[in-house]
Design a protein around this ligand. Sequence first.
Ligand code: GBH
Length: 505
Amino acid sequence: MKLLIFISLLAVFCDAALRHDRFPDDFLFGTATASYQIEGGWNADDKGENIWDRMTHTRPEVIKDRSNGDDAADTYNNYKRDVEMMRELGLDAYRFSLSWSRILPNGLANKVSEAGVAFYNNYINEMLAYNITPMVTLYHWDLPQKLQDLGGFASPYFPEWFENYAKVVFTQFGDRVKYWITFNEPREICYQGYGYVEKAPILNITDVGTYYCAKNLVLGHARAYHVYNDLFKPTQGGECGITISVNWMGPLTDSEEDLYAAEIKRQADWGIFAEPIFSEQGGFPKEFSEIVAKKSAEQGYPSSRLPAFTEEEREYVRGASDFFGVNHYTANLISANEYKGNWPVPSMYADVDVGTYVPPEWVPAASSWLKLAPNSIFNALTHLHNRYNGPVFYITENGWSQLLEEGYEDDSRIAYYRAALNSVLDCLHAGVDLRGYMAWSLMDNFEWMQGYTERFGLYEVDFTSPQKTRTPRKSAFVYKHIISTRAIDPDYEPDTRTMWIDEGH
Ligand code: GBH
């Protein structure tokens, strides 16, 4: 009898343990894209000019193949085909972004474009007709040029502009959209755009660009969150969060010095955005703030180059998010003394002053920065889970690039997705409250400074064809199989090159 009870208890426990070899039924599987990277229609109807229009038109040499997003995948005219692909994949959700200057041609909220709103209404309604949940990013890097001319994210008016834009968006689409992301990747907006030359508006203001932008971005996020919370959530009932790029930054060795170096690197890379919103005490990360304050004083600045929050601002921002969106791609190993780069002084990199190392055995993608780093999703998410007291997470991007010539048999992408999704299962098993996963990307798109030379799509896009023809790669079939079975079969080999739509989807 005792033995029987023991055996049945064992069965219950094993079942509990095994449960996470499958993804829960309500886990949201999706794909992600961004407006400038796919839409085209850069001057369709009354759309206003944005910073990517301006930069690619006036400085074409900064884009590797001198291309731009004028037409991109022409989703502006092909949105029905996009939704058909979502149905082919059997997606639960689709993450995409809104073009601010398509909705507000003047940047400011005095005039709402009917054509712009109609386009997004059509896109959203088409998804909903097939039970696909829209997850909408308000800002994925395409600021109205006029607001840039006024200082962009460095302007103290920025939080107000963003709040007004957010209000328009919630009013227009909030009856149907229940997942809102304010910003995509603050670090890339602020560091790459203001502190360096990797994203529009390529300001390269290395000393304070990143930091002024960071403070205003965080305040803008909080204003949009509070507006949603106070005026829309009570009737619309959705969630509002932010997406931060969190690649894993672990220590190169387990020396005290390297452990500390990795902590400072994490504080600078994502902590200046995550800490004010998700930490108990709020404000910018403590050690990194102290470093910048000290260096600023030594460099003769009258106050820290990283502006502090007032007590009131700190309280306003603290806790202002319903979930933590994570874009995750890869990892770096951090060293206190070795592998340092040649960065300008003063700059964020000089403030951090650590080296980064990537082991040669990590398989490389087509993008120079992207390697398959083992367990990196697990390392990143369990770290955030512990540090920020177990928030709700969504992985809002994760994916792999290839060169176009590599064709449809994208086995390295398949290997990457399988490894990443196994790491997702490990997170679920460890108790991380991770509720969804968006693969980057549904289809090939304009890869920013790399133009069309690096391809992230589950579907290939033929950018030379008038229809911007979309064709599934092998990875699309594999992802479809994972979504429908809620499990990863390492041996699954699709036996057809033809996509189909499952009954009931
Ligand atoms: C995401 O950014 C974007 O949200 C998306 O729009 C984009 O298409 C996608 O990923 C693929 O790139 O090691 O200093 O050279 C990814 C974020 C990409 C962050 C490249 C840092 C260069 C870092 N990053 N990047 S570096």
